[in-house]
Design a protein around this ligand. Sequence first.
Ligand code: ADP
Ligand code: MG
Length: 361
Amino acid sequence: MPQIQTPPRLDLRALHRSYEGREVVSGVSLTIRAGEVCCLLGPSGCGKSTTLRMVAGVEHQDAGEILVDGERISGPGRHLPAEKRRIGLMFQDFALFPHLSVAENVAFGLTGSRAEKRARVEELLTRVDLIRYIDDYPHGLSGGEQQRVALARALAPKPRVMLMDEPFSGLDNRLRDGIRDQTLDLLKEEGTAVLLVTHEPEEAMRMADEIALMRGGRIVQQGAPYNIYNAPVDREAVAFFSDINVIRGRVQGALTETPFGQFLAPGLPDGAEVEIVIRPQHLSIDFDRGGTGPLPTAARGTPARGIVQRARFMGNESLVEFRMDHDGSILKATVPNVFLPRPGKPLWLTIRRDRCFVFPA
Ligand SMILES: Nc1ncnc2c1ncn2[C@@H]1O[C@H](COP(=O)(O)OP(=O)(O)O)[C@@H](O)[C@H]1O
Ligand SMILES: [Mg+2]
């Protein structure tokens, strides 16, 4: 059967935006399908909110276009005003109208008969588990409850696209996970396309079908959370998600020789400097047996010895810092559960070849 290709719900094409001659968004392109959550993830100042504001229509791009369901809503010669875009917004400092009841807040953007509006308000408040507060005023609600009212309000008019800018960062930690999950369930049920901005990798991993990793105004990598985490494009992309260890080396015959044995460096010319990047959980630790470590293997290379500097229990894991014999560098390893060797103890470290990343320096 021939597949009918529907256009993506949201389609950003090469968006650019400068302030005072400095480009803060440089060619951002991405597509999101209905029912999908895409997270724009990156450090503060990388251009996430600016991108979102252009989609919302409160800011105008210098170049590029924005399409919703295949229709150009913004681009050269066209700029559909924000209120006509049928795009829902939710920001960190979401403000409910204090003088309106919960029901009136949720009904705010709705059209239709009184009965239709009331039905939609009741439906959403039931789904965010706040129907009992329908006739209360916002000031009596907790932060988390107000957040859920704001979500219901944003979703009430059935927006084609939902834009969320750090929506959970004002909530305290214990509340946040539950509200994230509930929000995600509701967004999925509504089948809207979601563009969610965050600087927190855990939040992106938890919420996103797809992550667009942003840096300096550009999307440097885009893909499913699993792929972004396990096939990062560069050292910074690894470091954005976790602590890292870096070992430097030089390429000879597509290999790099190090105190941990050889690493493949395919496609890199002789003499090129490389960085081998390893997450602390991917260093393996072995005991010292009278001055020698475990035998070299293909999967883990050659062991190198280090002296424990400190070991700390972190709850789910233990963090052990080593000073390496061969160059005095510090490497960090994490181990599940409790592993607290005494400072001064010699141990041997190996690096799993399938869990490290080799990048040109
Ligand atoms: N209205 C503005 N005028 C001038 N500079 C701005 C304006 N808005 C944002 N910027 C600058 O653009 C860059 C990107 O900002 P922003 O999109 O808010 O980043 P993010 O949301 O990723 O933290 C920052 O350096 C910020 O200072
Ligand atoms: Mg921002």
